[in-house]
Design a protein around this ligand. Structure first.
Ligand code: ADP
Ligand code: MG
Ligand code: MG
Length: 209
């Protein structure tokens, strides 16, 4: 089947920047409910800076793209999400030095989850971006083991991430700023889980294109 490399990674970043810009206000509103209202602003600042940085970096592989993305997000996004996404994509970059088949997609997402959890120490069910990333990585691994293509693995991952983001709504936050609200965090979707679902949906759409 088709493997995913440099062209896919560049398209993923371009689609990510577009979806983050489109959802800037919605992400701000989610973060206003259980945080400090800056998540959409933070991510949009980061993804707006990526295209220029990529032009400078002249990437040769998907790994180079993810590395440039990671360092850009780390230096521009700030807040909790900047270092978390930065670490996720930096770990992913090490996996994406060669074109990805379905098992490669699974390994990429597993590396991303490991980056997020190494940095933030959240487990599943704590109402964070982990609740989108972990089911996504699991779905990609299952697709790979079922003999599906890289594109199908990413589609399954994106679908699982969207379901995972939705599933944060009834959760009580025990990590990050939303944990200050305790019980009052219940009934709101976690902004980082939602942005993660948007980014993984962009990854699948880039793979389909
Ligand atoms: P801040 O809370 O510093 O303003 P953002 O608003 O940009 O940062 O990002 C908030 C998101 O970061 C949360 O919705 C959550 O998904 C994620 N997050 C916060 N803390 C953690 C953590 N320890 N582990 C994983 N994700 C976290
Ligand atoms: Mg915030
Ligand atoms: Mg903040």
């Amino acid at each position: 089947g088709t493997t995913l490399g440099l062209a896919w990674a560049l398209d993923w970043v371009a689609r990510s920047a577009a979806t983050v810009a489109e959802n800037r206000i919605a992400l701000i509103e989610l973060d206003r409910a259980i945080g400090d209202g800056d998540h959409g602003e933070n991510l949009d600042r980061g993804y707006s800076a990526v295209a220029g940085r990529l032009e400078q970096a002249d990437p040769q592989t998907a790994g180079d793209v993810l590395k440039s993305l990671a360092t850009t997000l780390m230096s521009t996004v700030g807040g909790a999400a900047g270092p978390l996404y930065g670490t996720a994509f930096l770990r992913g970059a090490k996996v994406a030095t060669e074109d990805l088949d379905a098992a490669g997609v699974a390994a990429l997402l597993e590396a991303g989850v490991e980056g997020v959890t190494a940095r933030g120490k959240a487990e599943e069910g704590e109402k964070t971006m982990v609740d989108a990333w972990l089911p996504a990585a699991r779905a990609a691994r299952a697709a790979a083991e079922a003999g599906q293509s890289a594109v199908q693995a990413l589609q399954a991952a994106a679908e699982a991430a969207r379901a995972g983001a939705e599933a944060t709504e009834p959760m009580v936050a025990t990590k990050g700023r939303a944990s200050y609200l305790g019980e009052r965090s219940r009934g709101h979707r976690d902004p980082g889980a939602q942005s993660s679902a948007l980014l993984l949906t962009a990854a699948a759409e880039a793979a389909e294109a």
